[in-house]
Design a protein around this ligand. Structure first.
Ligand code: ZN
Length: 334
């Protein structure tokens, strides 16, 4: 009897075991299928794979910006092969710098770099500084630039002109803690360089406009085209030598640049090229005033390249700060 019962029990479980085995088999096959499909998506579509890297390394909010029909695919230094591999450790950090770095990493509002980048950021003892500057904005790129600067906790300087219907962007620049500075009202060379009176009228108009939008009154400026521009000769011969003297007399401080991304020279310059322009023109300079454009690069490659440019300076040991009236002026002397 008992033998019969056991037999019955065993044979009762056989179909259950078979069903379970069948279900597990199905599950294993479908998992393999999913993995195969996923890997074929990644290998067939390099953009998906790159975006995965970008998500880790760049902006928290979104790796792709859509604004006015523009799409920015941000590029980080490691995407361009200059990431952690080429980290220069210029000085052995002292104990205090190590501990302060650790503290900063743990503080709210401190450096927001991913840890891997952060650890590699060892400032030069000699105090190398890069002043990132963005000309001709605000623009449809401003928000993305501000997001990237915020992500890296970097302060920069915006040399702005007047743009219609962008009131909130002037304010956003100031609210984010960046320097806003004068770059003329129209950027129209025929007006800016029509003569001394016209030039100062342009500067006063943009100064007043910035003040109305932001409450900031600034005398920090950059000449449209730089102080070395030759375009002004077309409108007033000899004007630049007059202006360079008279801006000082009127209390303005002007900054040219000594590192050029060449981002507005032609449209759609690839981000890789913008980064290499910055690297090449940096050379061994300890103070870098870096020319980039907020306006004037409608294709958005400046935005694409910005994470890589910031990471490049971090890895070189530069701190990135905003300009003010006390920073030693970089002037073109050619
Ligand atoms: Zn300009």
């Amino acid at each position: 009897m008992s033998q019969n019962k056991q037999d019955t029990g065993f044979s009762f479980y056989i179909p259950l075991v078979l069903i379970a085995a069948f279900l597990m088999g199905c599950l294993a096959i479908s998992l393999m299928d999913i993995r195969e499909k996923a890997s074929s998506v990644i290998s067939d579509n390099p953009v998906s794979a790159a975006d995965a890297v970008i998500k880790e390394n760049t902006v928290r909010k979104s790796p792709v910006y859509n604004d006015g029909g523009l799409k920015f695919r941000l590029v980080s230094a490691s995407d361009l092969g200059i990431g952690n591999k080429s980290v220069s450790q210029p000085d052995v950090p002292s104990e205090s710098s190590v501990s302060s770095r650790t503290e900063t990493a743990n503080l709210d509002g401190g450096l927001k770099l991913p840890m891997e980048h952060y650890i590699n950021f060892v400032p030069h003892k000699s105090g190398c500084v890069a002043y990132l500057t963005f000309d001709d904005g605000p623009s449809e790129n401003t928000e993305a630039i501000l997001d990237i600067l915020d992500y890296y906790n970097v302060k920069a300087t915006f040399f702005v002109i007047y743009h219609k219907d962008m009131e909130d962007k002037y304010k956003a620049i100031v609210n984010a803690g960046h320097a806003i500075a004068l770059h003329s009202y129209t950027h129209d060379y025929s007006s800016v360089y029509a003569g001394e009176a016209s030039f100062f009228n342009e500067m006063e108009m943009i100064g007043d406009y910035i003040y109305r939008q932001t409450g900031v009154r600034t005398m920090l400026m950059r000449f449209p085209g730089g102080s070395s521009n030759t375009i002004s000769r077309k409108y007033s011969k000899g004007l630049m030598s007059v202006l360079k003297k008279s801006v000082k007399e009127r209390g303005y401080v002007y900054q040219d640049w000594n590192v050029d991304s060449c981002d507005a020279e032609k449209s759609n310059t690839p981000p890789e090229k913008l980064l290499s322009n910055v690297r090449n023109s940096l050379g061994s300079k300890k103070t870098a005033v870096v020319l980039m454009h907020d306006g004037g690069n409608r294709t958005g490659t400046t935005v694409q390249a910005l994470p890589a440019i910031i990471e490049f300076f971090y890895e070189k040991g530069y701190s990135m700060e905003k300009l003010d009236m006390t920073v030693e002026e970089i002037h073109h002397n050619w």
